[in-house]
Design a protein around this ligand. Structure first.
Ligand code: 4NP
Length: 166
């Protein structure tokens, strides 16, 4: 991760799920693709992390890579890491995939401090369903297609919201 100081007009967004191999790497890749397409690559810093540490150092799950590639999005170069105490100080937005992730993040922020704004990704989804991006890890590949659609809609709306102030 690039941890160099941010220019004052830069916004930083960290996507978080449980394992950092399925949902949040997909959100990172989709959001980065949209940010770069909008010409905002030098204005918005992006990463992802997991609340759990089982997959630290692993690349994204092949099912996430496949559904991303089918939509022209690359997850190359990503490797799983765990949320760290400093994240709550060094990121503007920390974007959770489900309520369990959000609860874990809230507890960590209470313990470690920091001004990051914690939100659910589907808070931005124009078709938010139950408000969560479900964990597709133990399901079939159809789950990853549904997750892609939710993540893509939500990332488009999140970028619009951030671009208003970026
Ligand atoms: P993710 O999915 O949180 O979307 O990355 C999971 C990946 C691995 C595990 C759980 C969820 N796991 O228990 O190993």
């Amino acid at each position: 991760m690039d941890s160099s100081p941010l220019p004052p007009d830069t916004v930083s967004v960290l996507f978080v799920c449980l394992g950092n191999i399925c949902r949040s790497p997909l959100a990172e890749g989709v959001f980065r693709h949209r940010v770069e397409s909008a010409g905002l690559g030098d204005r918005i810093r992006i990463d992802s992390a997991g609340t759990g540490g089982w997959h630290v150092g692993d690349p994204p799950d092949p099912r996430s890579r496949d559904v991303a590639a089918a939509h022209g999005v690359s997850l190359d170069g990503q490797s799983a890491r765990r949320v760290a105490p400093d994240d709550f100080r060094t990121w503007d937005w920390i974007v959770a995939m489900d309520r369990s992730n959000l609860e874990d993040l809230t507890r960590l922020q209470e313990r470690h401090g920091g001004d990051a704004t914690l939100v659910l990704l589907r808070d931005f989804d124009p078709d938010p369903g139950d408000g969560e991006v479900p964990d597709p890890y133990y399901g079939g590949p159809g789950g990853f297609d549904r997750v892609f659609e939710m993540v893509d809609r939500s990332c488009a709306a999140l970028l619009e919201r951030i671009a208003e102030g970026a």
